[in-house]
Write a protein that binds this ligand. Sequence first.
Ligand code: AMP
Length: 248
Amino acid sequence: MKVVRTIADLDAGTGIVGLVPTMGALHAGHEALIAAARAECETVVVSLFVNAAQFNEDADLVAYRRDEARDAAIAEEAGADVLFAPAADEMYPPGYQTWVDVDELSRGLEGAHRPGHFRAVATVCLKLFNIVRPRFAYFGQKDAQQLAVVRRLVRDLDLDLTVRSIPTVRDADGLALSSRNARLSAEERALALSLPRALATRDPDAARAMLDGLDVDYVEVADFDPPVLAAAVRVGSTRLIDNVILDG
Ligand code: AMP
């Protein structure tokens, strides 16, 4: 696997290119995305870029796990050909001032609690699509609103690529894998399990009742394609999001 740090040095070749955008702290969820890309692309590019603009809380950004050697080993093992790991000023050079806003889809749920988050997500994804020029880009269903925003961005700006979604990978106890899970104490993790259990009811009222007593940001049905029951809770200082697909 080649590690590339600059846009000028990135050459993903001429075959079918798959892009898996990540912020590092890789886990089995990311591995599933990389494996899906490996299965249908000639060249698999994993990007590793902690996009500071999409963080709303400094503490969250500071606490974000950064271990490039570990991430590189996981990405390579999962099947990546190229790890694109640019510095912040390679992506946002001095004078940077262009942003893309997926208006309506960015407003509710996460958008309501994280102002500017999806503008930063949409912008960095568009930049990565332009830099890597993938045929396929792989995103997790775990971030259902992000997936909806990126799909809309691709459609609205006539981007020549297909967005693939990958089912949420969970631990044996049901908690969706997330880089932020490592911040939970044993006690907090036990509390956090109410989140997947509540969502598994697939009923917003029942889910709300089960989450009573936790610090809940929202529990809502979102009319994405497919529709989901999505929720965000805070457990101690850690904010967790999850969703389940509502079939039919
Ligand atoms: P992140 O590095 O957390 O920004 O996530 C990079 C990609 O991995 C996004 O498309 C996420 O939706 C996806 N992802 C994160 N957690 C999971 C998970 N538990 N299962 C599947 N995909 C995931």
